[in-house]
Design a protein. Structure first.
Length: 313
């Protein structure tokens, strides 16, 4: 529809401001900028994670490892001494496949059989490297360098407490917790007190890159190579590694470690989204990765992360 020319207002009518119609988008943009300014200043970010049990909000930051005290998992493991062998597979009503229950140990055994030799080779190479780098006086200088480097490396820390990831179903409940002064592992950050004073529910608006759909990963992998969503799977791997490190889940870290089957999947996916020969080779590598093995592995990972979530309303 053609835009009509504005008519001259009557003398007794107030003249309208031509900018009125554009004020709302400008205000929205200003609010978004203000929200991001808070997080950028405090170096903490809101995160949204979807799991089979639901979707929740939490917080994540990255800091040098030397500045952080890891979450205490003693109480968590005492509550469930068999956490590593917990049954994470759920019974699924699938007309084509029937009811299937997958146990952690079954998947772990499958991965172990295919990767034991590679892991042993990596350990041998690392041991040889340490031997070669040992100084003449018998002191291994590389250990000190590695320790210093590890301390300076930025690592993830989430809104956790006693080995559990705190997920909140609404922004309001997350903000209420932050303001409450309740104990948590993010409170050790120097910017935590300021966040607790300034944060509002409207600020809990994660960026697209900070929204993770772990609930869709297994189903996507089960659909076969032609249906795999590289962005979904790559981002799932990133947040799973972060959560596994922050929550001290060594089994998950091992399954996603360099050289593992799921790491090969991640590398192939990253290559496949590129152009040229690299993208072509990445897509060829994906065709060689077993869809069933990948889906079972990710099913275990999602189950292990779900097992350490503390849902808050």
């Amino acid at each position: 529809m053609a835009r009509q020319s504005p008519q001259r207002p009557d003398a007794d009518e107030p003249e309208l401001d031509d900018t009125t119609g554009a004020s709302e988008p400008a205000d929205d943009a200003a609010v978004d900028t203000a929200n991001r300014a808070l997080w950028d200043e405090l170096r903490i970010d809101p995160v949204e994670i979807a799991l089979p049990a639901g979707t929740g909000f939490t917080l994540r930051a990255y800091r040098p490892a030397r500045e952080l005290t890891p979450t205490d998992v003693a109480e968590r493991d005492a509550d469930d001494p068999f956490l590593a062998r917990r049954q994470v597979g759920s019974v699924e009503d699938d007309a084509e496949e029937g009811d299937v229950v997958i146990l952690d140990e079954d998947v772990a055994r499958e991965f172990a059989e295919s990767e034991d030799e590679e892991q042993q080779a990596r350990r041998d190479d690392a041991a040889q490297s340490r031997t070669d780098d040992t100084s003449e006086d018998g002191k291994d200088d590389t250990d000190e360098v590695a320790a210093d480097g590890a301390g300076d490396e930025e690592v993830p820390v989430f809104l956790t407490h006693k080995g559990r990831l705190l997920l909140f179903k609404t922004p309001e409940s997350l903000v209420s917790f932050v303001r409450s002064g309740a104990p948590n592992d993010l409170s050790q950050l120097d910017s935590w007190n300021e966040l607790s004073e300034r944060v509002e529910p409207a600020d809990i608006a994660p960026l697209d890159d900070d929204v993770y759909e772990l609930d869709l990963v297994v189903e996507n992998l089960r659909g076969g190579h032609d249906t795999w969503d590289p962005t979904l799977l790559i981002e799932a791997g990133e947040v799973a590694r972060d959560v596994a490190y922050a929550l001290r889940l060594p089994a998950v870290l091992d399954m996603l470690a360099t050289g593992s089957s799921l790491d090969d999947l991640d590398e192939a996916l990253r290559s496949s989204v590129g152009g040229g020969i690299g993208g072509f080779m990445g897509r060829r590598r994906l065709k060689k990765i077993g869809a069933q093995t990948a889906s079972l592995g990710w099913r275990t990972i999602v189950g292990k992360i779900s097992a350490v979530v503390d849902w808050r309303d």
